[in-house]
Design a protein around this ligand. Structure first.
Ligand code: BES
Ligand code: MN
Ligand code: ZN
Length: 495
């Protein structure tokens, strides 16, 4: 979609669909109210006729307006002024996007950024609009012969500038579009099935993304990993026909500055291995590469924004399947770092990829390292599907990530990485076990990783509950691309 800033709003906006906001008790926002005056109070009357109170998400489409400059007006409820929060605002935007895309309009003008959410600015409102309009337009049907809905969608959305200087809105549009690009890149990759999106496919995709002039991709094959000594990573795909790949994608926009390293778990299918998963919903384990997809999407967004920083994306990609050669419970392997690990459950494979990749990250002399991974079902039990789980060995980094997450509305919630939990990872036969029992499963997974992240400021984001939706809307969400891009954006504005 195409987004632009319009000259200050006039009462006559020539567009297919003019999107206006109203608050509780049918109180139109100021610009909307002026437009209503020019229509002799028609908008207010129709809201009253249809009994719309103005709850966030209430919508009324006025489909025919003879003599008026806009073909349609879409009225969108925003709730009570002092109760408007990001969740309510996004709910209103999602409802607006759904109707606007389906009403037959090709282009629209939105004035919903007239409403300010306390603590957030107009730029934020515009950038959220872009995210939600893009999400509402997203379809994944490259694998369907019959498309399941006719593409009656908006092509253009414009935002009238409410102040003299259009630069805030222009910057917001750039950021929103870059985030949407990153999210769509991540979703497209993650929604593909395991028989198409293999580690080699992800590597190829990284190469395509890296065609951008400031990006560079490099792929390590199994023989390279063997030579390096990444035996924990390599052990995961022993039962698979698909060779593992370690994808590196580097963005250089910050000269000689130390890079931020982003690591994304790229399990293109996780059957559990010899510790086989139950059959129910096992198809969803094609999403076990969502961390890797988010890292690739984030790099694409950062390049699009041309941020003045350096970023390295690392995606260990492989499959976890049962086979005669697969890891067995009790097997002991040696990590790149040197510590030995007793594999007590072959389904706790993510940490085996990540521990070697964390050690590998050291060679980039990172300023900070963030890994994102669909690591534990326990995280979904603990936090549900709203926030991702955040664990870190550095308070300042955790605070920066939390702030970015709240701005992007791609939220995280902290879990404690206390040493007390390390006890649970003791093994009689190796330096540590790959599982810590049933108590605090997300935390013991984080504690396992922390043993390989001692040399830098590091955060681990468990996205098991947030990376995809289950049920009838099954599909990748593109999270945590908004959070990662926001974090890097904030860093580049205050280094
Ligand atoms: N990819 C899964 C985690 C997962 C499960 C994410 C369900 C989202 C939904 C991971 O590799 C895994 O299997 N973890 C095990 C760890 C356990 C064996 C300690 C889990 O969560 O059951
Ligand atoms: Mn697993
Ligand atoms: Zn997994």
């Amino acid at each position: 979609m195409d987004y632009s800033v319009l000259a200050p709003a006039a009462t006559s906006v020539e567009t297919d669909c003019l999107i206006l906001g109203f608050r509780a008790k049918r109180k139109l926002l100021p610009e909307a109210s002026r437009i209503d005056d020019s229509l002799d109070g028609l908008l207010g009357q129709l809201l009253k006729r249809d009994g719309l109170e103005g709850k966030p998400g209430d919508v009324l489409l006025i489909n025919h307006l003879p003599g008026f400059a806009s073909q349609r007006i879409l009225l969108v409820g925003l709730g009570k002024k002092d109760e408007l929060n990001p969740a309510g605002y996004r709910k209103a935007l999602a409802a607006a996007a759904r109707v606007a895309h389906e009403c037959g309009a090709r282009q629209a003008v939105s004035l919903l950024h007239e409403a300010i959410v306390p603590g957030y600015d107009t730029g934020w409102a515009v950038r959220q609009a872009i995210e939600l309009f893009e999400a509402a337009a997203y379809r994944f049907n490259p694998l369907k012969q019959e498309e399941d809905d006719k593409p009656r969608r908006l092509h253009k959305l414009a935002f009238p500038c409410l102040e003299a200087d259009p630069s805030t809105l222009e910057a917001a549009i750039r950021l929103g579009q870059a985030i949407a690009l990153g999210m769509n890149t991540a979703k497209d990759l993650a929604n593909l099935p395991g028989n198409i999106c293999t580690p080699a496919y992800m590597a190829e995709k990284a190469g395509e993304i890296a065609k951008h002039k400031k990006l560079k991709a490099r792929i390590l094959n199994e023989s390279d990993l063997e030579e390096l000594g990444m035996h924990a990573f390599l052990s995961v795909s022993k039962g698979s026909e698909q060779p593992a790949k370690l994808i590196t994608i580097e963005y250089n926009g910050g000269g000689k500055a130390k890079p931020c390293v982003l690591i994304g778990k790229g399990l293109t299918f996780d059957a559990g291995g010899i510790s086989l998963k139950p059959a129910a919903n096992m198809d969803e384990m094609k999403f076990d590469m969502c961390g890797g997809a988010a890292v690739l999407g984030t790099l694409a967004a950062v390049a699009e924004l041309d941020l003045p920083i350096n970023v390295v994306g690392l995606v260990p990609a492989s499959e976890n399947l049962p086979d005669g050669r697969a890891n067995k419970p009790g097997d002991i392997i040696k990590t790149l770092q040197g510590l030995t690990v007793e594999i007590l459950n072959t389904d706790a494979e993510g940490r085996l990829l990540l521990c070697d990749t964390l050690t590998y990250a050291k060679r980039f002399d990172p300023d900070i390292v963030i890994d994102v991974a669909t690591l534990t079902g326990a995280c979904v039990v603990a936090l549900g599907r709203h926030p991702s789980g955040l664990m870190s060995n550095n308070e300042a980094l955790a605070a920066d990530i939390t702030r970015a997450a709240n701005t992007a509305w791609d939220r995280v919630w902290p879990l404690p990485l206390w040493d007390d939990y390390q006890e649970q990872l003791k093994s009689n036969f190796a330096d540590l076990a790959n599982i810590g029992g049933s108590d605090g499963g997300s935390i013991t997974a984080g504690c396992f990783l922390s043993r390989f992240a001692k040399d830098f400021a590091w955060a681990h984001i468990d996205i098991a509950g947030t990376a995809w939706k289950t049920g009838k809307d099954k599909g990748a969400t593109g999270r945590p691309v908004p959070l990662l891009v926001q974090y890097l954006y904030d860093r580049s504005s205050n280094p």
